[in-house]
Every structure is written in structure tokens, then in C-alpha cells.
Design a protein around this ligand. Structure first.
Ligand code: HEC
Length: 131
């Protein structure tokens, strides 16, 4: 019995020692990573299925409006205002790239993580309509 206790104590010391250094932490993370991936895969499957792309207006109302309302104090070009004129001069392609990657205080994808590239483009077209 005593031997088992000592063995157990040593074993748990070894475990503590092993998990407390960074390399082992990384190994541990790598070992549990597949569990997280399965969970994520499940979430993706849940959201899968035929989904109509949202219109530019829908994307704007869901994500972009938070910052792109006309007259906002953030310096974000206001929806359908002349603010867009100098930005449009860069070309739609550049605006699209900047919206996807983010630029200065503009967050990547305008915080719409589940927006497709086309949906982001549609939102830009909506915001620049009539400019
Ligand atoms: C958290 C606030 C915020 C949200 C949400 C946001 N934007 Fe922006 N956006 C900004 C700001 C601020 C700028 C101006 C950045 C600058 O030029 O310094 C900007 C600039 C832009 C530009 C111009 C980039 C350029 O090259 O001049 C585009 C295009 C754009 N946003 C698209 C979008 C779209 C599309 C959405 C919604 C999917 C969105 N933004 C959501 C804050 C936001």
C-alpha cells in the first residue's frame, strides 16, 4: 500500500512538473486541439445548408450600420454620402480588399465574421449607392 501511495505521489509530481513547462503546455494544447476542432466542425455543420446570400442592405443593417451611419464620430464614411467619393477613387477592388482585411480603425470584415466576400462587396455597393 505504502509503495502504491509513493508511486502515485511521484506520478502526480511528474505530471505537475510535466504540464508546468511551456513545451508540455504546447503539447497538451496540441493533444486537446482535435476535440476543439470536432466541436467547431459540428458548429459549421449546424450552420451549413443552402443559405441565400444576404443583400448589401441586410449586411449593412446587421454589421456595418454600427459605424457607417452618416455623421458618425468615428470617421467611418457614412452610408450613401459624399464621404465615399475619395475612397471610391481607389477603385471598388481596393475598397473590397480593405473591408476584408481591415484598415486602420476599420475592423476586418466590418466585424461580420460569417459574411462571405461577396456579401461584403454587396454591402460596400449598398453604402456607396448614388455617390
Ligand atoms: C467598428 C466600426 C466599423 C464597422 C462595424 C464597420 N466599419 Fe467600415 N470603416 C470603419 C472606419 C472607422 C473606417 C475608416 C477607416 C480609415 O480610413 O481610417 C471604415 C472604412 C471602411 C471602408 C473604406 C476603406 C478604404 O479603403 O477607404 C470600407 C469599404 C468599409 N469600411 C466597409 C465596411 C463594411 C462592408 C462593413 C460591414 C460589413 C463595415 N465597414 C463595418 C469602421 C467600421
Amino acid at each position: 500500500m505504502k509503495k502504491i501511495t509513493v508511486a502515485l505521489a511521484l506520478f502526480s509530481c511528474a505530471l505537475v512538473a510535466q504540464t508546468s513547462d511551456d513545451k508540455s503546455q504546447d503539447e497538451l494544447k496540441a493533444r486537446i486541439a482535435p476535440v476543439g476542432q470536432v466541436y467547431l466542425a459540428g458548429a459549421v455543420v449546424e450552420n451549413a445548408g443552402p443559405k441565400e446570400p444576404r443583400t448589401g442592405e441586410q449586411v449593412y443593417n446587421a454589421a456595418c450600420f454600427a459605424c457607417h451611419t452618416p455623421g458618425n464620430a468615428l470617421g467611418a464614411p457614412g452610408k450613401q454620402t459624399a464621404d465615399w467619393k475619395p475612397r471610391l477613387a481607389q477603385g471598388l477592388e481596393v475598397l473590397h480588399k480593405h473591408a476584408l482585411e481591415g484598415i486602420r480603425t476599420m475592423p476586418a470584415r466590418g466585424t461580420c465574421a460569417d459574411c462571405s466576400d461577396d456579401e461584403i462587396l454587396a454591402a460596400i455597393k449598398f453604402m456607396t449607392e448614388g455617390v
